[in-house]
Design a protein around this ligand. Structure first.
Ligand code: OGA
Ligand code: MN
Length: 293
């Protein structure tokens, strides 16, 4: 427990291989450098932070995100909050023109964000405004997070040695979507903008030096220097390994929850077990990251 002026801030690891909950911080306020350093360190250490009962305006959400690094503007412009393009709306709510208010199917297969780019995002900060519930008021639309660092730790020495220096090939157009996804196919220009990219199969965390697996089925199409089929088999094996229950934290959302995750050390998955009139709305800001190594 850390005493910061009158505030008592607690950082409690979740009962899972990833994540910690922080209490005693009101994210709507500007934080002191000391508190920001503590949050940043905890973010790097636990790879996922949970803050509950927050109330954030778009400006406050953006200010908090920007204090952790430059923010990205998402490519899907029509799902940005018009007045605040740093905010991406994740939502199944329909607008008057019949389109979705936000990205309705963000992350419904296991993935890590923008790994198809040369510089994938460091992480996202998701703020829950509306959470769907069943008839018993149980929250639906959970998000699962898997620790790719814990999954790496448990590999055999032989497999770690084998993966050392290997690169997996990420292809955006290959990314799996939910079966009923209404997303349009990528245009020729978008395809040209997202060429195949090879990233280390095992990446080193830029702040802690901890190693983590960095590949997953449904986007990675092979391993450089390996026959296609063999590479695909290895990717599949490692993905199944990462998503074993023992590496997973499952978050049941409440309105007011804020979760930030670390793309250098985790995969995540959004569970789609709700539909209108059960509404889901989250605001997301995305922090820029560096080239994986
Ligand atoms: C994302 C994402 C998961 C969710 O925003 O990158 O995957 O549960 N969202 O909405
Ligand atoms: Mn995602």
């Amino acid at each position: 427990m850390i005493q910061v002026s009158e505030n008592t801030i607690t950082i409690t690891p979740l009962n899972a291989p990833i994540g910690a909950e922080i209490t005693g911080v009101d994210l709507s306020q500007e934080q002191s450098p000391k508190v920001m350093k503590m949050i940043d360190d905890a973010y790097n250490k636990y790879n996922l932070l949970l803050f509950r009962n927050q109330q954030l305006t778009p400006d406050q959400h953006i200010r908090f995100g920007a204090s952790l690094g430059p923010l990205e503007i998402h490519v899907l412009k029509r799902y940005l909050l018009q007045s605040h393009p740093e905010i991406l709306l994740i939502s199944n709510i329909l607008r008057e023109d019949g389109d979705f208010l936000g990205l309705p199917d963000a992350g419904q297969t296991w993935h890590t964000d923008t790994s198809y780019r040369q510089k994938p995002s460091r992480g996202s900060i998701l703020y829950a405004l509306e959470i769907p519930r069943d008839e018993n008021q149980q929250a639906l639309g959970d998000t699962l997070f898997a620790s790719t660092a814990a999954a790496y730790d448990d590999l055999t020495k032989e497999l770690k040695d084998f993966l050392h220096g290997k690169k997996a090939i990420h292809r955006y157009s290959q990314r799996k979507r939910p079966v009923d996804s209404k997303r349009e196919k990528l245009t020729k220009e978008q395809l040209q903008e997202t060429p195949d990219i090879a990233h280390p199969a095992v990446r080193t965390h830029p702040h802690t030096g901890r190693k983590a697996l960095y590949l997953f089925e449904g986007e990675c199409v092979g391993i450089e220097g390996m026959p296609e089929e063999e590479g695909a088999k290895l990717i599949s094996y490692l993905t199944q390994h990462i998503i074993r229950p023992k590496y997973i934290y499952r978050h049941k959302w409440n309105e007011g929850d804020v979760i930030m995750w670390d793309n250098a050390a985790s995969l995540h998955l959004a569970v789609c077990d709700y539909k209108l009139p059960q509404r889901r709305l989250l605001h997301r800001v995305t922090i820029e990251g560096g080239v994986p190594f």
